[in-house]
Design a protein around this ligand. Structure first.
Ligand SMILES: *[C@@H]1O[C@H](CO)[C@@H](O)[C@H](O)[C@H]1NC(C)=O
Ligand SMILES: *[C@@H]1O[C@H](CO)[C@@H](O)[C@H](O)[C@H]1NC(C)=O
Ligand SMILES: *[C@@H]1O[C@H](CO)[C@@H](O)[C@H](O)[C@H]1NC(C)=O
Ligand SMILES: *[C@@H]1O[C@H](CO)[C@@H](O)[C@H](O)[C@H]1NC(C)=O
Ligand SMILES: *[C@@H]1O[C@H](CO)[C@@H](O)[C@H](O)[C@H]1NC(C)=O
Length: 270
């Protein structure tokens, strides 16, 4: 069976309906250090198929079984008691930075991020080990538009995950998530950072070896819809700026990917 078909079956309920024919994976465009994660991914899928799991069946997407990853050193405060998991997305995009060119020892300053969010709720509840590999996998591919696709539908590497929203900043301290699309109405939320912790030492680095950005706990600001209360950025891959602005332009982007976990409930803290 063609690899991309297996991926469609594992990652998209759309395979139940007539699966769209996606362009083939261009293996030559995958960087050498990307081969690992791609083959790791296929191996994992192959094992699951062997194990007799029925990949073609619609995933159950019971989010109550999904377990949000934690780090062992200095873990983030868990979601407030009483909140429930509403959505899991894999984000793929860039972290933007600015540099003070007049100062050779200046440190790059984060100037927002832009990412496309892909619905990974079913993967989270059904194949957590597969979910763990997704940010690393996603980083190996630029987002591509389906050739001639209506509305220029964007794909994440070889996966068939549906777009569940957009991530961007509305000002320097407000990461924003718009999870209202034609397909899903999950909510919208501007957030503020509550806390952060370093990604684990073995977290996937970026295409130029950039460290994985920290894991975050965000609280939604007033005006959030869909009862969204807290958002976690975990399992990050790449995205960090160099230690200094030496040799860097006034503004630049670093490619990254991460999992975002969205928690809903009644307001308890802000
Ligand atoms: C997309 O997200 C919604 C909300 O989290 C979930 O109910 C649904 O099962 C997800 N679909 C897929 C294919 O992941
Ligand atoms: C240059 O950047 C360093 C590191 O951020 C800072 O300590 C220093 O004050 C800056 N110098 C000037 C002249 O802005
Ligand atoms: C970040 O980079 C993207 C891609 O170039 C750009 O569209 C966006 O406006 C930038 N965002 C910020 C906050 O600088
Ligand atoms: C992704 O795009 C960048 C420039 O936009 C290019 O340099 C890079 O080779 C592309 N990577 C892949 C895997 O196609
Ligand atoms: C950014 O936007 C938020 C929400 O609208 C607002 O509360 C905050 O004061 C703004 N911060 C700055 C630095 O403009």
């Amino acid at each position: 069976m063609h690899a991309s078909i297996i991926l469609s079956m594992a990652l998209g309920a759309s395979s139940i309906i007539a699966a769209p024919v996606w362009p083939q994976i261009n293996w030559n465009s995958v960087k050498p250090d990307g081969i690992d994660s791609v083959s790791e991914y296929f191996n994992m899928l192959a094992k699951k198929v062997e194990a007799g799991k029925l990949m073609a069946l619609a995933p159950t997407c019971d989010l109550s079984t999904a377990v949000m990853p934690t780090v062992s050193v200095d873990p983030l405060v868990p979601p407030t008691e009483g909140l429930t998991l509403k959505h899991v997305a894999v984000g793929r995009g860039t972290q933007n930075y600015t540099c003070d060119l007049a100062n050779a020892t200046a440190v790059p300053v984060l100037a927002g991020a832009v990412a496309t969010l892909f619905n990974a709720s079913c993967v989270a509840s059904t194949y957590p080990d597969l979910l763990q590999t997704l940010p690393k996998l996603a980083l190996q591919f630029n987002l591509t538009s389906e050739e001639g696709g209506i509305g220029g539908q964007i794909r994440m590497g070889p996966t068939d995950l549906a777009i569940s929203g957009k991530h961007f900043f509305t000002n320097s301290t407000t990461p924003f998530f718009n999870l209202d699309t034609d397909q899903y109405q999950i909510g919208e939320a501007g957030c503020q950072k509550d806390s952060q912790t370093d990604a684990p030492n073995d977290a996937p680095t970026g295409l130029q070896g950039e460290k994985a950005v920290p894991w975050l706990r965000l609280l939604t600001r007033v005006g959030a819809t869909g009862n969204l209360q807290q958002v976690y950025r975990v399992e990050t891959a790449g995205g960090s700026a160099p230690a200094t602005c030496d040799g860097m332009p006034a503004s630049f982007e670093v490619q990254y990917s991460a999992q975002y976990w969205f928690w809903e409930g009644q307001p308890t803290e802000t």
